[in-house]
Write a protein that binds this ligand. Sequence first.
Ligand SMILES: [Zn+2]
Length: 167
Amino acid sequence: MPFAIHELVYRAVEAASVRPQGIKLPTAVPCRRRKCNGYLTVLTLDDTIEWCCPECDDSGCISSWKGGDSDLSEFADDDLDKPGVEALLSPYEYALINLPCGATLHAPRLVASAVHERGRIVLRGSSDEFGNLKTGIAEDLPNIKGQKKRVLNDLIAYLSVLEAVQQ
Ligand SMILES: [Zn+2]
């Protein structure tokens, strides 16, 4: 599912703004090139976010992102080593929770800081964040039909398990 450039920029800013500056970090944002299976890395240096696809070397710089809709820095967490719970999602499941919906509003840091690892999308966060994500998905469910609804119902069951994990 390649992204148009405006969507790529939007998602790269979300992913970069919730995490520390000055370190190149992996994301769950897919490369926009049709035949590339890469996922972007982002590096925030002051007012600029540099994004790059390690597979095909497509790259760019984003400036004047602060204060925009995709700037999630108010939810940022700079501690990358904090203990937490980990969820493994398929790229399809992750794309579904990234549609404009309650899931991202309820757990913005959790969703935006996801990382692609060996074919899966890894979400790391507190059990509270997973509970919030579950609430957001459940709120959207009445408006969703068919296969997407089945996938999201399974995801809610999975998130319920993670929500109950004691840290
Ligand atoms: Zn690429």
